[in-house]
Design a protein around this ligand. Structure first.
Ligand SMILES: Cc1cc2nc3c(=O)[nH]c(=O)nc-3n(C[C@H](O)[C@H](O)[C@H](O)COP(=O)(O)OP(=O)(O)OC[C@H]3O[C@@H](n4cnc5c(N)ncnc54)[C@H](O)[C@@H]3O)c2cc1C
Length: 473
């Protein structure tokens, strides 16, 4: 009898139930299983990976969701080390690391050194001089200062418009006037708070990068060889198919006697009921009221009012690329330029085997917090907007790609705005009231893949420690 059929037939006790088989849920499950715990992952869809989904088609390998992450926490590099022999980390080609910014009808490289910083037309002469004073400017004392406020105060308006705003579009698909630095960019916030200045902080960190483990946290851009789904597929395989219940629908939780959690629902029309002392949620905030109906409504509303930015990703694959050389990571479009796209990744320039020889794979992003209406466009309208932008930005008369795929995410990226303080406090109160309840996922602790991996591993570590502690009690 398999673990799964025993579980269903005999209602055996398990240690942990995880809701959601995206990167967070699978990473947490993988580390818990490695520690010998009995874990079940409940997933509503018929596949694992969540927003991570890789397709191979006609010589192209493309992503429907995220394309790359940054190894910003040691846990991300360590996950690939721990998975050794399975999926392989791929670091983006360093020869294609230039970031281009669209200004006044053409692309300009974001400066990477002093001379290019002096010469670039992206920033005003006044701001270039002003930046020399950055190390001596007083540090801010408003914990709710927006990203715009912080950047204007320390660097100047043109740095906000032509460096930080497009960067925020690329990461958050968000609005720097609304995102609060402390929650949205905690490392940047800490740089100012701890060192008094971005420049002084960056120099100090270069001189003292921390211990060997902290050195694994870098700014390198990563994917996995063959696409990001090979990471989530390998995690799923490590967890074991028998422990991942796909097509788990209408999940809801009740608290059973002795404070255990009973998660109920159905799979393919058959009733499902599992009981465990730990339940870890990794889902969108909107799912929480039905998943945990016993939670305090007021606290929960501080979590469910989290706003999300929608994103449309358009994949363009050219077998025979006739445009300009794409030896860069991609191009970002500042909102002041008032264009219809947020940016373009030149995916085949920095990742291996993404397009046939002589071809190119581009990922175009549209929508975001500021242009939700663009997500409502039908395929034809989306396509013609993208073609128009590609024609103008790359000088291609008739784009005519060999493949064109459109993926829409209405709730792609949570926006860590001023409401974050209340949300995080509410999560802490809710978890505090129910021992064994973990409200994880990207409702807290960061939106990037490295953030997700770090959170999952932290949660897994805490659960293991608590279970071992309970066993000793
Ligand atoms: C278009 C897009 C582009 C992105 N680009 C980048 C990038 O370039 N770099 C980067 O680092 N990050 C990027 N991200 C963010 C990154 O992909 C995510 O933070 C990460 O993959 C989220 O993983 P997760 O497991 O927390 O959530 P998800 O992947 O959303 O997984 C949650 C899972 O829970 C399941 N679920 C939901 N409700 C229920 C329910 N009621 N019952 C059971 N299961 C349920 C879902 O089906 C899903 O499988 C991007 C995200 C999107 C959408």
């Amino acid at each position: 009898m398999t673990f799964r059929s025993r579980l269903m037939a005999e209602k055996i006790n398990i240690d942990v139930i995880i809701i959601g088989a995206g990167l967070t849920g699978l990473t947490a499950a993988w580390y818990l299983v490695k520690q010998g715990l009995d874990v079940v992952v409940l997933e509503k869809d018929n596949r694992t990976g969540g927003v991570i989904q890789t397709f191979s088609e006609d010589g192209f390998v493309y992503e429907a969701g995220p394309n790359t992450g940054v190894l910003s926490h040691p846990e991300a590099a360590e996950l690939f080390e721990d998975l050794a022999g399975r999926c392989r980390l791929e670091i983006a080609n360093p020869d294609a690391k230039r970031r281009l910014i669209w200004k006044s009808g053409r692309w300009h490289a974001l400066p990477g050194g002093l001379i290019s910083a002096v010469k670039t037309p992206l920033f005003t002469a006044g701001d270039k001089i002003r930046i020399l004073g950055e190390p001596f400017r007083r540090k801010g004392n408003d914990p709710f200062e927006t990203v715009s406020g912080l950047v204007k105060r320390r660097l100047g308006r043109s740095y906000l418009d032509y460096a930080v705003d497009p960067f925020i579009s690329g990461i958050y698909a968000g609005d720097p006037d609304r995102l609060v630095t402390r929650y949205a960019l905690p490392k940047l916030y800490a740089l100012e708070q701890n060192y008094g200045s971005f420049i002084r902080g960056a120099v100090r960190k270069k001189i003292d990068p921390g211990d060997e483990r902290m050195k694994k946290a870098t700014r390198e851009v990563f994917s996995a060889e063959g696409g990001l789904a090979s990471l989530t597929d390998d995690l799923a395989e490590g967890v074991g198919a028998g422990r991942i219940f796909l097509n788990s629908k209408d999940l809801t939780t009740v608290i059973s006697r002795k404070g255990r959690f009973a998660v109920k629902g159905s799979i393919n029309g058959n009733p499902l009921e599992l009981t465990a002392p730990y339940v870890i949620s990794t889902v969108d905030s909107a799912v929480l009221p039905s998943l945990f109906p016993f939670l305090d409504r007021d606290d929960l509303s501080s979590v469910t009012n989290l706003e999300y930015a929608g994103v449309t990703q358009v994949i363009l694959g050219f077998k025979n690329w006739k445009g300009p050389e794409l030896n860069a990571f991609g191009g970002l479009v500042p909102s002041v330029e008032k264009r219809d796209i947020l940016g373009v990744l030149f995916t085949s320039s920095f990742l291996k085997n993404r397009a046939p020889e002589g071809g190119a794979l581009l990922s175009v992003f549209m929508g975001g917090y500021r242009h939700p209406g663009l997500l409502e466009l039908n395929d034809d309208k989306t396509k013609s907007l993208v073609y128009k932008e590609i024609q103008e930005m790359f000088g291609i008369k008739d784009p005519d790609p060999d493949i064109l795929r459109i993926f829409r995410y209405k709730r792609a990226i949570p926006q860590y705005t001023a409401s974050s303080k209340e949300r995080l406090e509410a999560i802490e109160r809710l978890e505090g009231r129910y021992r064994g309840l973990v409200l994880g996922g990207n409702i807290r602790d960061g939106i990037g893949m490295a953030d997700r991996i770090r959170q999952a591993r932290t949660i897994a570590g805490e659960v293991v420690e608590n279970i071992r502690g309970r066993q000793k009690e």
